[in-house]
Design a protein. Structure first.
Length: 237
């Protein structure tokens, strides 16, 4: 059977699984973290929870996380995922991209919505804006957010230095750059027995990328073993 590349998650996580995934990528929620959670999948489902289901607590932490970690996000993959979502989710990510407009990788994501501005709150927006003004992170963007509705507390997310020690995929992206190759490497570190096809599906990568990473991973493993053996201290008799 010909290999068919997966580009989006096949299953929607339940509430507990999503909370574990968000904790796994560095959002401080009270849950056992899933250290192998895919970053873009988690961002997508968190934004759906926030925008489609009005969970402002999740949305607040997500916005703070993106402000800290956007440079480690695979912008192309996230853009593709967002394109298939509801208008509210597309508006949110367009607003995120415009907020971080200096990151030119997010230019396509910024154009995910081109219509009129949308209110984050389904009711009471005008009153809140008149009372508090607009959240400075969203000024002139496609999403109208009253100031104070989405709290911004840096302590709600792990710093890059903390997250690089806890999430293998994030660490590989820091080491190798944001790429599907880095994601494949992180998946292999968790399970080196995967076939190239299985690896490609788990990392949402082309088969050729997965095949080359699996080959190189084996080469590094062999070289590391040889180096350790050649540098062992001699036994003292």
């Amino acid at each position: 059977m010909a290999f068919k590349r997966a580009k989006a998650p096949a299953l929607v996580p339940n509430a507990n699984a999503l909370t574990a995934a968000m904790a796994g990528i560095g959002m401080r929620f009270a849950a056992k973290p899933n250290r192998d959670a895919n970053i873009e999948d988690t961002l997508l489902f968190a934004s759906k929870e926030g925008m489609d289901h009005d969970d402002l607590r999740v949305l607040a932490v997500l916005v703070t996380w993106f402000g800290v970690h956007h440079e480690r996000v695979n912008a192309d993959r996230l853009t593709g995922l967002v394109a298939e979502q509801s208008e509210r989710v597309r508006v949110f990510w367009s607003a995120m991209a415009k907020w971080q407009g200096k990151d030119r990788r997010l230019a396509r994501l910024a154009s995910a919505h081109s219509g009129p501005r949308l209110n984050l709150l389904r009711t009471g927006t005008e009153f809140q804006l008149e009372r508090r003004g607009e959240d400075p992170r969203f000024v002139d963007g496609p999403l109208r957010v009253p100031d104070g509705v989405l709290r911004d507390r840096p302590e709600d997310v792990l710093s890059p230095a903390e997250l690089v020690r806890k999430h293998p995929g994030y660490r590989c992206r820091v080491q190798m750059g944001v790429s599907l190759r880095a994601d494949c490497w992180a998946v292999l570190e968790h399970d080196a027995t995967l076939t190239a096809a299985e690896l490609a599906r788990r990392a949402y990568a082309p088969f050729a990328t997965a095949w080359h990473v699996k080959r190189d991973f084996a080469v590094v493993g062999t070289a590391s073993s040889t180096w350790r053996n050649s540098h062992e201290d001699p036994q003292v008799e």
